[in-house]
Write a protein that binds this ligand. Sequence first.
Ligand SMILES: Nc1ncnc2c1ncn2[C@@H]1O[C@H](COP(=O)(O)OP(=O)(O)OP(=O)(O)O)[C@@H](O)[C@H]1O
Length: 385
Amino acid sequence: MSPSSKPISETKVIVGMSGGVDSSVSALLLLQAGYQVEGLFMKNWDEDDGSEYCTAKDDLADAESVCAKLGIKLHSANFAAEYWDNVFEHFLEEYKAGRTPNPDILCNREIKFKVFLDYAELLGADYIATGHYVRRLDEGGRTYLAKGLDNNKDQSYFLHAVSEAEFAKSLFPVGELEKPEVRVLAEEHGLITHNKKDSTGICFIGERRFKDFLAQYLPAQPGVIEDLDGNALGQHSGLMYHTIGQRQGLGIGGVKGQAEAPWYVVDKDLERNVLLVAQGSDHPRLYKQSLSASQSHWIGNNPCAHGNVFHGHSKIRYRQADQECWVRESADGGLEINFAEPQRAVTPGQSIVFYKEDICLGGAVIDQAQDELIEELAAQVTEAS
Ligand SMILES: Nc1ncnc2c1ncn2[C@@H]1O[C@H](COP(=O)(O)OP(=O)(O)OP(=O)(O)O)[C@@H](O)[C@H]1O
């Protein structure tokens, strides 16, 4: 099991203990495999509202209980300053720019596999481990990130921005298991986390209303809701509260003279601060055939290097089925992507993540979606075939 040259019994692994069942079982599996195991609980958010929303205290207590049961040491560290600077400020900037960011992707890149990893190395770790449902593959001196075996739980989407060098120092013990098996193992070994609910939502927001949370940090700019013919239908309380493809929360009911079908956000006009809506969850404006993206990151080699067109699959959101696509680099270093099938509700600020079969190759941040295929790219594909 050890990818290093050291014997397993001398290899020290520090497991990120979240107080959840996946990290609990990760620590258990590593112990069973013979590693020297310790845990590290990190706190990334200093709530100052005495919050009933933040479960960090309970999570720490659960992590302590599991480590005591397993007989391993638990360290704890506070990375709230790093989280604020490297994740949260970027998250706010993106919202300000009218985009919908994914802080969990940034948290993995900036905190779990950077600050956490550095800290674990200071504690003498040869590896870190997390309870993510992904697999690490080692072949020909390279390290690859593969989807978790449990297709329902695969978390490679959230890890695509981490680099190969960091994966080479990371272990993912539950990636080879199905979630129900993980719970059974936890129960069999008397770990109190065995039936703990999966965490939902963004870590620092917890269960509170997202709108209230965001309003604490960003001034809302109310504006007009318009249909695609330019008719004003109502007021929105801030573009940042809305996501493309979303149905609820438009604050408009039936419109005089219009059919009684629900309305969906199809676009945001940032310049005019206008929310554009159309009727029907399958409105054609919600479907895009291509997109452009930037800030690409490749875990290993860049499959679009030297003008190559990459043909494989991608996801534009977590839990989406793999979508066939073609990708190439644009002149400005961004990416251009054509899809075999039109994609619903492409959301600027979210990530597109690329796959060759089960291997996650990397991803990029979505800038803009287009109704039509990118012609030059389509022509390049036709020429090559
Ligand atoms: N506060 C934390 N301290 C240390 N490690 C953490 C913390 N939060 C998350 N992690 C690590 O990141 C992994 C994935 O975190 P995520 O929030 O997605 O939880 P999860 O998939 O529900 O896992 P778990 O059941 O272990 O909470 C965890 O399994 C754990 O190893």
